[in-house]
Design a protein around this ligand. Structure first.
Ligand code: GAL
Length: 679
């Protein structure tokens, strides 16, 4: 198995963070101290230049790289490498003043004044030109610098602009997609409420004081925003790639951020990077936080099926949650190693040194305003860094998963747009997590895939609330099952196609009715205090939120409803289709049914964890492999100690100490185990 390094010139786990020497140009003493502290913190990668445009180009066309030259040289001399950013995430004031078109326009037509960040127009030709120029200059200047490891393109792309340039680009994108207005009117079902368009210029993006109920428009606008943002990003990438073709590019994403289809951006990147700020509390709720966080890491790894970067996390607390609680002692190391357990090859922070003023002065950092290495947080970061140095063997290794959960941004958007069911809270993510949890607590690796992924790699594919399914996707799912795969879907499956038009001929549509051997005739949305009960060989479970009234058309009934006018009707089914099986769960449960059903499937399909012992509550085990050895990260998310049994003989990955029988884990402890010659 070939290892996949972020950059083969530096085959180590990266540890470091956002570093802003531009804020400290009048304090050479502090800048020098930073290098000492960086070494002491066992940091080896600093992200620089992220919001440094005003320092790099203080006046239009007048460039000054003095501070960045020195910072990059100093980092390198101190043994570090550099994740070098393009500065487009925030503009200098002169740019906004001279070229107001770069400022973002809101949905109500008002144009932003200069300020804040992440709020430029992605269509503006002048902004694109200016960004290209500055990126090009940075690339030219540092192309041969041995510290240059990765390009960090912009920062957390997001948001939308409603200016005339963007609207025109949207209309062009639609013309390209539909060819004729007739085709668009048909797919958007615009005869409804006399919404038929007779000229392309009549089409505006959806907005609160304008069109909101044309679901196809909503979906296409979101797709366009992704397209346009990606197009902007591609220009940024071109500026640096033409000069440094061998330096990998990334941009920092925000997990399941709903504003962009990250799968589309991912295609343009060499490596996925993510920013994540979970609410670790030091209570038993941390187990749910761990599950949610793990799911996000798995998404990041699966997007390119290779190790990803954790570009930002906090070593202690943030400043923008409602309550900014400190990570409890040990929680940082646990969460950092969780990233690596799920396929991350970096742990980087926002931020290395706390800024002295402005909006983020009280955000957690490696180096506090106090300035020394004597803080609790610094010591924890340094200890983690020391541990990470022992883990070279893990770098670039793969995660092997036989189970996949499907997340599709377009499906999420279609669900968001749908008027009906539970309007405000359809809870797609919570439903996905309910399934994910079953695997997390059994220490089973899971990939988080999209419809374009190859399904044949998986024994079990779970597609919760896959509401929008094109005929092509339906065929792909059918083929997967026919060839022997096991597919699990839920209430709300394949109700509409990729344009949000309802599938005719009975749900699930897109050819899936025969795959599941059921017909879903009606969907009952329950009030919060309503419930039903389902029973079957699998036991008795409570239903909440949704109960579908389905008919078995060849499928075997696994459970039926107990009460209401649909008592006795099927609630869960399985259908043999070709060589595989398709399970349909017609109701939402509180989690117990999902867990019991996944347990049965895990046994039936012989899916196992790489760790053999029974995992106590709040403890999990995720693994990576180089093809010869497997590395198992045994992690205790409880604030109390536990012991974990194992019948196997392991060695610790750090230090090679032999372990068997029972493994004690302190509160928040991670033990990394290694087993050789596994294949
Ligand atoms: C991120 C952002 C950073 C910093 C951080 C604070 O979203 O990229 O620049 O603001 O949040 O948590």
């Amino acid at each position: 198995m070939i290892k996949k390094y972020i950059n083969p010139i530096f085959p180590h786990l990266l540890h470091g963070g956002d570093y802003n020497p531009d804020q400290w140009q009048d304090r050479p003493d502090i800048l020098a101290e930073d290098m000492r502290l960086m070494r002491l913190a066992n940091c080896n990668a600093m992200s620089v230049g992220i919001f440094a445009w005003a320092a790099l180009e203080p006046k239009e066309g007048r460039f000054d790289f003095t501070f960045l030259d020195k910072a990059i040289d100093d980092i390198y001399k101190a043994g570090g490498r550099v994740v070098l950013a393009t500065p487009s995430g925030a503009r200098p004031a002169w740019l906004s003043m001279k070229y107001p078109e770069v400022l973002r326009t809101n949905a109500d037509g008002s144009r932003n004044t200069h300020g804040m960040r992440h709020n430029h127009c992605y269509t503006s030709p002048i902004y694109r030109k200016k960004v290209f120029e500055i990126n090009r200059r940075i690339a030219e200047r540092y192309k041969d610098h041995p510290a240059l490891l990765v390009w960090h393109i912009s920062n957390e792309y997001g948001g939308r602009c409603y200016c005339e340039n963007c609207k025109a680009a949207f209309r062009n994108w639609l013309k390209e997609k539909y060819g004729t207005l007739d085709a668009l009117n048909k797919d958007w079902w615009t005869a409804f409420w006399a919404h038929t368009y007779t000229d392309w210029s009549q089409i505006d993006p959806p907005m609160d004081h304008g069109e909101r109920y044309t679901n196809g428009l909503d979906l296409d606008w979101r797709r366009f925003v992704t397209y346009q943002t990606t197009d902007f990003m591609k220009e940024e990438i071109r500026a640096v790639k033409e000069i440094t073709p061998n330096v990998p590019v990334t941009t920092n994403m925000m997990g399941f951020y709903n504003g962009l289809d990250y799968r589309v951006l991912a295609r343009e990147l060499d490596v996925i990077a993510n920013d994540i700020y979970p609410k670790w509390r030091g209570t038993k709720e941390d187990i749910d936080t761990a599950i949610d966080t793990a799911f996000t890491h798995d998404l990041c790894r699966t997007m390119r099926h290779q190790p990803f970067m954790l570009m930002e996390c906090t070593p202690s607390h943030v400043n923008w949650h409602e309550y900014n609680k400190l990570k409890r002692p040990g929680a940082h190391e646990l969460s950092a190693l969780q990233t690596i357990a799920h396929g991350g090859d970096t742990v980087q922070y926002f931020q290395f040194r706390k800024s002295r003023g402005a909006g983020e002065q009280f955000h957690g950092a490696v180096v506090d305003h106090e300035g020394s290495e004597n803080t609790r947080v610094f010591k924890e970061v340094a200890a983690l860094g020391a541990r990470m140095k022992q883990l070279d063997a893990v770098v670039g290794t793969k995660t092997v998963a036989r189970v996949a959960i499907l997340h599709d941004w377009s499906n999420q958007w279609a669900l968001d747009a749908a008027q009906g069911f539970q309007n405000k809270n359809k809870r797609l993510r919570a439903t996905q997590l309910q399934f994910y949890k079953a695997f997390w607590q059994r220490g089973i690796n899971v990939d988080v895939i999209c419809p374009e992924d190859d399904l044949t790699a998986y024994d079990l594919v779970i597609a919760p609330m896959l509401y929008s399914v094109s005929n092509a996707q339906g065929q792909k799912l059918a083929a997967y099952v026919a060839k022997g795969g096991t597919l699990v879907c839920t209430y709300g499956t394949a109700m509409v196609d990729e344009t949000t038009l309802a599938h005719l001929g009975g749900w699930p549509g897109a050819g899936l009715r025969k795959v599941f051997g059921i017909w879903n005739e009606e969907l009952d949305t329950l009030y919060p205090d309503d419930f039903n009960t389902v029973t079957g060989d699998i036991g008795e479970y409570k239903t909440i939120d949704y109960c579908e009234l389905i008919h078995a058309e060849g499928a075997e009934v696994l459970a039926t409803y107990e009460s209401d006018f649909y008592a006795g009707r099927p609630a869960a089914t399985v259908n043999t289709y070709g060589k595989g099986k398709a399970y349909y769960i017609a109701f939402r449960d509180t989690g117990d049914f999902t867990d019991a059903m996944m347990e049965d499937l895990i046994h039936e399909l012989g899916i196992t964890s790489d760790f053999d012992g029974e995992l106590p509550h709040g403890v999990t085990a995720h693994s990576r492999t180089d093809g010869e050895s497997v590395f198992v990260f045994l992690q205790n998310f409880n604030s109390h100690a536990v012991t974990v049994p194992t019948a196997k003989q392991w060695a610790t990955a750090e230090g090679g100490i032999s372990v068997s029988g029972t493994i004690p884990l302190k509160p928040y402890e991670t033990v990394i185990l290694k087993k050789q010659n596994i294949f």
